[in-house]
Design a protein around this ligand. Structure first.
Ligand code: GLN
Length: 482
């Protein structure tokens, strides 16, 4: 029963085909059997899940349910969850029990979902392979020698291997879309400000955004209906009611203008990804869309600008982890300075330290103008490029990643090759736009994703465009043998 989409599970629950308790037990059994292989979960909340499932069954019996009541999900371990270990993939928080729920968690709880546990992730969401986690690498369900992508790799692997029906993720430079592409599932990053960041451990606050990781655009719409909307606790969350994302899924694509960035078809793109993209564009044409070339002339600067801005913000955000109030503290400090130094040296992994050093450097008095300010100016140019492109087209479609999932350990020697993994996704965060990855092909047994980018707050249209593709193809229904 557990290998279906959320939409299908929701119908079965409504028809009484099985109860949420039965469904939850099924997922818990699968987690027991397979989590040892994939390492997708850091924490499994079995007791809580069974209690929530029983409550969901009662709600359904009373007719007080929504579409997601009783659906088992997993939260990326970046979301604070009350009375549950919340580690952010770091030794620094390996003992941190959160005293409160993130807004995203609270909203799913209110919708009656069942929380199976917290998923593994790159430390503080820094990475593209899930190898920087203090809790060990996650393995890709399509090939356990390969990475699932990162930083939401645990969520993506859990969805792909059916260790949950849906999961939450966060995306600062690609961390929802890239793992979705590598694991053959659907990942959706909304516009910056669409979903509250309250209770989501901060990496780079002007870029971080939560979103759904699931099996279809329809599932993403169901999740968005719970997650999106204003939150008084987060002033960067826009004060604008979210629409019903299910309502427009079946709108026609006749007359849709698709832009394909010239820069995305250039050197560096794998032939297999390019041909999957071309096939997808043909399908869209058959549905009434037209395809146009668009120009994003500054997109080649996005990775460089991001690796100044994101570390700068991270260096400030991570200064709170000092061993004083919560989290890791070194043993037997001789004085305060020793305590700060050793706590941070021992508590953070090497990628996190690298980012703190780069960020601190870029923000320091002599270098601020040369690096941080310059990067912010480039960020503006990148946003202008998108604004110009969207004068002529409704959506931009291109690859999510240059290639399919790579081998564990393959890119560990040179951080820059790892940073280039997000070459197609990062500009979208810098511009604050909604983006998503959907499965669009397979190559040597590994999934290929394509990326759809929409106008500001045009999430509903993006989900509609993805849903129509999935109504006419079955890439999103492919599952790895587990
Ligand atoms: N891979 C990028 C990084 O390491 C993006 C991570 C993310 O989106 N959280 O910063």
């Amino acid at each position: 029963m557990s290998r279906r989409t959320v939409a299908a599970l929701s119908r079965s629950l409504a028809q009484g085909e099985f109860s949420s308790t039965e469904l939850t037990r099924d997922y818990l059994d699968r987690i027991k059997k397979f989590n040892g292989v994939f390492n997708a979960y850091i924490t499994v909340t079995e007791e809580l899940a069974l209690a929530q499932a029983a409550a969901a069954d009662q709600r359904r019996a009373r007719g007080e349910h929504g579409p997601l009541t009783g659906i088992p999900l997993a939260h990326k371990d970046i979301f604070c969850m009350r009375d549950v270990l919340t580690t952010c993939g770091s030794k620094m928080l390996a003992n941190f029990i959160s005293p409160y729920d993130a807004t995203v968690v609270e909203r799913f709880n209110a919708a009656g979902t069942v929380t199976l546990g917290k998923t593994n992730m790159d430390e503080f969401a820094m990475g593209s392979s899930n190898e920087t986690s203090f809790f060990g690498a996650v393995r890709n369900p399509w090939d356990t020698e390969r990475v699932p992508g990162g930083s939401s790799g645990g969520s993506a692997a859990a969805v792909a291997a059916d260790l949950c029906a849906m999961a939450t993720g966060t995306d600062t430079g690609g961390s929802i879309r890239q793992p979705a592409a590598f694991c053959g599932i659907t990942g959706f990053k909304p516009s910056y400000g669409r979903i509250s960041r309250w209770g989501m451990i901060a990496f780079a606050s002007s870029l971080d955004q939560a979103g759904p990781i699931c099996k279809s655009a329809e599932d993403a719409a169901l999740m968005m209906n719970v997650m999106a909307g204003p939150d008084i606790k987060d002033s960067t969350c826009v004060d604008m009611a979210a629409p019903d994302y299910m309502a427009t899924l079946n709108d026609s694509l006749k007359g849709l203008r698709i832009g394909v960035p010239r820069q995305h078809l250039a050197k560096g793109l794998g032939a297999e990804v390019e041909s999957a993209l071309q096939e997808a564009l043909k399908l869209y044409e058959s549905l009434g869309a037209t395809v146009h070339e668009v120009d994003l002339p500054n997109s080649h600067l996005s990775v460089s600008a991001y690796y100044v801005i994101a570390p700068a913000e991270a260096s400030a955000n991570l200064s709170r982890f000092d061993g004083v109030r919560y989290g890791y503290r070194c043993e037997n400090p001789v004085n305060l300075e020793d305590m700060y130094k050793r706590t941070r040296s021992e508590g953070f992994g090497s990628e996190v330290k690298r980012r703190i050093m780069v960020g601190t450097y870029a923000l320091s008095a002599g270098f601020y103008d040369a690096y941080y300010l310059k990067a912010q100016q480039i960020r503006r140019l990148i946003k202008n490029d998108f604004d110009n492109a969207f004068k002529d087209v409704d959506v931009i479609i291109g690859p999510t990643t240059p290639h399919t999932a790579f081998k564990i350990g393959e890119k560990n020697d040179d951080p820059v090759t790892m940073y280039l993994e997000d070459i197609y996704t990062i500009a979208v965060n810098l511009a604050g736009l909604p983006g998503m990855s959907i499965p669009a092909g397979m190559h040597n047994g590994l999934p290929i994703g394509i990326q759809l980018v929409g106008k500001d707050f045009d999430e509903a249209r993006l989900l509609n465009i993805a849903h129509q593709y999935q109504q006419n193809t079955d890439w999103h229904l492919q599952r790895p043998e587990v």
